[in-house]
Design a protein around this ligand. Structure first.
Ligand SMILES: [Zn+2]
Length: 305
């Protein structure tokens, strides 16, 4: 395995926001060793300072995992996951969750429950196979796509004025003006603050008197740019659907079909995106491994810079 190398100038740029050159070296490091590569960026600052103090060249060896772990312990972690339970908001077509007690400590010496719910339950992962035969199932999502740079597109103020708002290329360009190109291999989350309507299904679905739902969503130009030009690894949102309520009310799920058709996964029903920066954090996306599974509740959290 090649030892990932980092350059001081790149590390400074990384601290100021992700730029293309930094990402190139990060991506190289990712191939060399995922955790070491990603997390090297987290702990690079003191090491860069040390190297400069020693008058060393502008090339640094990656820190050890022990050093990375020590640094991680100083960081703030933010849970991006709703707890799931019967009665939580869900896609309109699914039945509610049921929980049955199988064993109790009083009677059996241990406590066990049986959970019955759709795979797409609570904060959950949609693998490509959810919409497309032959593409990746939950168990086939690569491990290296489960820890990623986190990009947050924040449109919550526009959504507050217009619940039917869909993210535009102007929103993406504004992010890139502030932080540079959206990093290849990143996880892009759409912040709408819609998750603050949790745990009310009625508030999340926001259906009018004619039966039309009003909630925000993605747009095809933005998704195509993110996946095809910027080559992101995954995306996520706070609503029950990728597509806005106006579309899903017509049973139009073409945006979700597009995302999953790229053979990348998405996360739905994210929480707490208002508590993470729009650039500079990492996201850890984890979920169980149902064999050939079509979707499952996920545990998603951010590590703040
Ligand atoms: Zn879903």
């Amino acid at each position: 395995m090649k030892t990932p190398q980092f350059h001081c100038g790149s590390l400074r740029a990384l601290r100021n926001g992700s730029r293309g050159g930094v990402l190139a070296s990060l991506r190289g490091a990712l191939r060399g060793g995922l955790l070491a590569g990603v997390l090297a960026a987290v702990c690079a600052a003191p090491i860069a300072a040390h190297a400069q103090a020693q008058g060393q060249a502008h090339t640094l060896a990656a820190p050890t995992l022990a050093e990375i772990y020590a640094t991680l312990q100083t960081k703030r972690f933010v849970d991006l996951t709703h707890a799931f339970a019967p009665g939580i908001p869900h896609w309109k077509g699914f039945k509610d969750e049921r929980i049955r007690t199988l064993d109790t400590i009083a009677k059996d010496g241990f406590w066990a429950q049986e959970f019955t719910h759709p795979g797409q339950w609570g904060t959950h992962v949609d693998p490509p196979a959810h919409f497309h035969n032959g593409l990746r199932t939950v168990d086939q999502i690569p491990l290296h796509q489960m820890i990623l740079p986190l990009v947050v597109l924040d449109v919550h103020e526009k959504v507050a004025r217009n619940p039917d708002y869909v993210v535009t290329m102007d929103d993406v360009r504004a992010w890139e003006r502030r932080h540079g190109p959206i990093p290849a291999g990143s996880f892009v989350a759409l912040r709408t603050d819609w998750s603050k309507r949790w745990p009310s299904q009625a508030a999340m679905q926001n259906v009018d008197s004619k039966g039309v739902a009003h909630y925000p969503g993605w747009s095809l130009p933005v998704l195509k740019y993110l996946y095809e030009v910027r080559k992101i690894a995954a995306s996520g949102h706070e609503t029950t659907d990728t597509d806005p309520g106006l579309s899903t009310s017509r049973d139009d799920y073409s945006l979700e079909s597009y995302v999953l058709g790229t053979n990348h996964y998405q996360i739905e029903l994210l929480a707490n995106l208002d508590k993470v920066p729009e650039a500079g954090a990492l996201v850890v996306v984890s979920f169980p491994k149902p064999l050939h599974g079509s979707g499952f509740p996920a545990r998603v959290f951010a590590i703040l810079p």
